[in-house]
Design a protein around this ligand. Sequence first.
Ligand code: PLP
Length: 411
Amino acid sequence: MSFINENFLELQDSYLFSTIAKKVAKFTEENPDKKVIKLGIGDVTKPIVPACIKAMQKAVEEMGAQEGFRGYGPEQGYDFLRKAIAENDYKSRGIEILDDEIFVSDGAKCDCGNIVDIFDKNNKVAITDPVYPVYIDTNVMAGRSGKYNKEKEIYENIVYLPVIAENEFKPELPKEKVDLIYLCFPNNPTGTTLDKNELKKWVDYAKENKSIILYDAAYEAFITEENIPHSIYEIEGAKEVAIEFKSYSKTAGFTGLRCGYVVIPKDIKGLAKNGEEVSLNKLWNRRTCTKFNGVPYIIQRAAEAVYTEDGKKQIKENISYYLENAKIIKRGLEEAGYEVYGGVNSPYIWLKIPEGMTSWEFFDKLLKEANVVGTPGSGFGPHGEGYFRLTAFNTKENTIEAIERIKKLNK
Ligand code: PLP
């Protein structure tokens, strides 16, 4: 008999999206005449833009010809894409990132999850709450979380940093020294951001405490306001303390194609037990070469096309479409008297639920009375209770209709 990795037994089952699906299926079965509008799921709906489709078609043709065929590619990504990323996502913003500080991957979920491999089990981890659940669960799997406290709904060794209306969704610096800090801005689920000064506090904290920031910028393409950093490396000194995750999923609709990247600057070092400083870039490169065989050539050509003139223009139109929906939701809910957050630099709108109701009770009310589906905030962590997430990824027509229905609700 083989023994299992018992850390997995410490994971809490997540019933969030399956419970939502079950409730919606039951409601639809009992009310076949009702049109249910879904503003719950964080997946894009607009098709891949023509520039990326054309690039993939060309790549498919190449693969079918002897001279163009490619087998295994470089594990870290093709040079053409790493160069395009360094040039367009960094150099154009005045940031110097070397091509070999960029590792192309099959998405930010895998990178955020796998990064824990290169850190010791005893590191103290700080995570904002509510949060994208991958950060917590992968630390549980790695044995870094300690036991789960059912009453408080928290793991005993994780430092939780509340992001709530009372602190304007800006997490406070940890009171105790932490080693790894997960930050995600624009944030999922709250849709809120940090400006450059606010992010600088975290970089300064990390430098002072020799911590490392794991910065998830999966929603960077939705930033509309000046002074909101598109990359943590816009902050001086961040290259010594931050790893950055980016994704083409929400930027370019690649949730099904799968491509993203992680940046690990060569300046960033971890400590070995003997006191030696070790390059994290080197460790990640080693891990990548051992456990990953690269993103398909065809997909990397599609990602490269994101940076062409046509690609940029077409993607901007899609993002603007979603942001217009976000505006409709935000404005409509405000008119209906709700306290609303996010939705300006993000496809997510985070609303405060009327007093006296849990987020699941609000979910049920919205489904039954407005036939609109959203996501209860408590599903993202204990400090999500009292809030509710709506997303801008439906059509404009459905978004308008959903908001009109919510406006008519008795609160
Ligand atoms: N990071 C955050 C905060 C997300 O919300 C998501 C997806 O919803 C991801 C990462 C995953 O991105 P990808 O599709 O690139 O794996």
